[in-house]
Design a protein. Structure first.
Length: 395
């Protein structure tokens, strides 16, 4: 249903509120349900994952729905969407859906159709060779990476999202099309610590960070609400000041600033992006579900890796290493956070061969609770090194 220009007239810039339609909300999802989903809504009995990317849901009426899940790049052209629509028209009576992790799901009502659909999907490639619709993302594997705008659209990023995601998924493709891990591994990316999306609650998260304080532009008094910039700072590093010619400005105590970039979000006169300073922090151990253990925040495990465009080799290698060690060591159903907490974070660092540095020790307000207030710990190579450096220990 297109908007009728005849019925309501064309947009008239002279009378912008005339014929204005507003507050109509989203279309009701029921309109877009395949008939079999409408019919069996609320009556599903059980489901199975038949193979990676392919599920069947069985209803109490006996009806079955087969779902084929494909990776989506999230950032798509209208042409990509039209191709998805063509596939949906051909196999699924025009119905299709997108998941909470931006995968694409095609649903059909018989297994014969699954085979044809699968063949068709896997035959579609970009001229560069990448699969347009790789099938997978179910069960205990690595599904799509929840990610953000990066340099494609945002003005506050410290890294890029789409290119990093492509580099990581290329390397982890076998985990997307397979279900070989102890449990789901959710990876997400945010290009600044606004953390749009899921980095604070993912098994592995990549986060763009700055390492230098913002620069104060002389024009600040004409383009910023200075009190907003001052109150934006989580560590109180900004105070009001005066320029030499008597105009209002701010002073930034550089030794206090931890480069969050919040003040730049509030005030365009405080740019912070820096080619060499900016990079990627790695977090691990978060989860959203309540399965067995409660939801967890992810924790910083690597303070900084370089923005090595376009393929981020250091980031990709770190992610791969963590997943490989986790795959080899964790028990069935253990998420990365469950595993790290069971073996102890000191063992996590040792096994993943990650150096532990002072950057990883919390120093923000409620930090105390993150320190060890117990004598329960395991000796690791790194701990022995500290003891040796302190002296009095013989090998
Ligand atoms: C009480 C009902 C449900 C619960 C408690 C539930 C819970 C969950 C949880 C916890 C996850 C994430 C798993 C993880 O990351 O560990 C998930 C993923 C998902 N759920 Fe549900 N779910 C429910 C119903 C449904 C229904 C009815 C549908 C579809 C008709 C659905 C479709 C999905 C999909 C597609 C994903 C994965 C998205 C992706 O990875 O791309 N869920 N669900
Ligand atoms: C009653 C309220 C909510 C319910 C039932 C709910 C349920 C879910 C479920 C089932 C998923 C899928 C998990 C997965 O695919 O792994 C999900 C994902 C997500 N939700 Fe919510 N959610 C709720 C509220 C919120 C709120 C308030 C926020 C943000 C402040 C939020 C942010 C997210 C994000 C960022 C994801 C993607 C993370 C991921 O897929 O790993 N949700 N939510
Ligand atoms: S995470 Fe930050 S940089 Fe990335 S889209 Fe969100 S606000 Fe913009
Ligand atoms: S970047 Fe963050 S910490 Fe630094 S001055 Fe701005 S708001 Fe404060």
């Amino acid at each position: 249903m297109a908007l009728s220009q005849e019925r309501l007239g064309k947009y008239n810039p002279e009378k912008p509120t005339e014929n204005r339609i507003t507050d109509i909300g989203p279309r009701h999802f029921w309109e877009f349900f395949p008939p079999v989903i409408q019919k069996n809504y609320g009556k599903w009995l059980y489901h199975d994952i038949l193979e990676p990317g392919i599920m069947v849901h069985v209803s109490e009426t006996g009806d079955k729905v087969f779902t084929v899940r494909c990776g989506g790049s999230r950032f798509m052209t209208a042409e990509n969407i039209r191709e998805i629509c063509d596939i949906a028209d051909k196999y699924c009576d025009g119905y299709v859906r997108f998941t909470t992790r931006n995968n694409i799901e095609f649903m059909v009502t018989s297994y014969e159709k699954v085979e044809a659909l699968k063949k068709d999907l896997l035959s579609r490639k970009y001229i560069s060779g990448s699969y347009k619709f790789p099938i997978g993302g179910t069960g205990a594997g690595v599904t799509n990476i929840v990610h953000t705008q990066g340099y494609i659209h945002c003005h506050t990023p410290a890294t890029d999202a789409s290119s990093m995601v492509k580099a990581i998924m290329d390397e982890l493709m076998d985990y997307f099309t397979g279900m070989t891990l102890p449990a789901h591994v959710r990876i997400s990316v945010a290009c600044c610590l606004n953390m749009c999306g899921a980095v604070h609650c993912s098994d592995i998260a990549l986060l763009g960070i700055h390492r230098k304080p913002p620069i104060v532009d002389d024009n600040i008094d004409s383009i910023c609400e200075i009190p907003l910039a001052i109150t934006a700072c989580p560590v109180g590093a900004i105070s009001p000041g005066k320029t030499e010619d008597g105009r209002k400005t701010v002073k930034i105590k550089e030794e206090r600033c931890m480069f969050c970039g919040n003040c730049y979000t509030m005030c365009p006169a405080l740019p912070i992006a820096d080619k060499l300073g900016d990079g990627v922090a790695v977090l691990a151990g978060g989860k959203i579900s309540n399965r067995i253990s409660e939801p967890k925040f992810s924790k910083v495990i690597v303070p900084w890796l370089p923005n090595n465009f376009p393929r981020f080799p250091e980031v990709v290698a770190t992610v791969k290493k963590i997943i490989e060690v986790y795959a080899a060591e964790a028990r069935k159903y253990e998420r990365i956070g469950d595993w790290a907490e069971r073996i102890g974070w000191e063992k996590f660092f040792e096994k993943c061969e990650l150096p532990f540095t002072e950057h990883l020790i919390d120093d923000y307000r409620l930090a105390y609770d993150t320190y060890r207030t117990s004598t329960q710990f395991k000796f690791t190579g790194a701990a022995w090194e500290v003891s040796r450096a302190a002296g009095g220990i013989d090998d």
